[in-house]
Design a protein around this ligand. Structure first.
Ligand code: AMP
Ligand code: ZN
Length: 131
């Protein structure tokens, strides 16, 4: 059983921010910023690509509401809501989860930067994606 399933089954303790029949939200143990929260489905599914649409929608609906509450109650000035999917994208726990990461200023402990990258032929990219 995966570590998040154990948390959902109360086999491992966690700090529960929100819970309903389908979704659990807990404080991330790493607290990359103050209030860092994870929203996950109670049903085990590996990641967003493998999840059914209803599961993703339930998580996102909860994440949207929680993000607003977290921003208001922490005094954050912004928030990142993201999911890592696959090892190359930094997924370390193979149970779908959405990070809610409140943002304070440029000195908080996370840096999401789009580095300069080689120019792409957008028509070629479109063709690859859309056929
Ligand atoms: P990711 O790298 O996107 O798969 O995120 C996994 C997250 O789970 C990391 O930010 C970890 O800090 C967090 N995490 C791992 N174990 C626990 C735990 N027992 N309780 C709370 N958060 C955890
Ligand atoms: Zn699981």
């Amino acid at each position: 059983m995966c570590i998040f399933c154990k948390i959902i089954n109360h086999e491992i303790p966690s700090s529960v921010v929100y819970e309903d029949d389908d979704v659990l939200a807990i404080l991330d143990i790493s607290q990359v910023t103050y209030g860092h929260t994870l929203v996950m489905p109670k049903k085990h599914v590996r990641n967003v690509l493998e999840a059914d649409e209803e599961t993703v929608l339930k998580c996102m609906a909860a994440a949207k509401k929680l993000a607003a509450r977290i921003v208001t109650n922490t005094g954050a000035s912004g928030v990142n809501i993201l999911t890592n999917c696959g090892e190359s994208a930094g997924q370390s726990v193979d149970h779908l989860h959405f990070h809610i990461i409140p943002r304070y200023d440029e000195n908080d402990c996370i840096d999401i930067t789009f580095n300069e990258s080689p120019k792409q032929d957008l028509d070629e990219v479109l063709k690859k994606i859309c056929g």
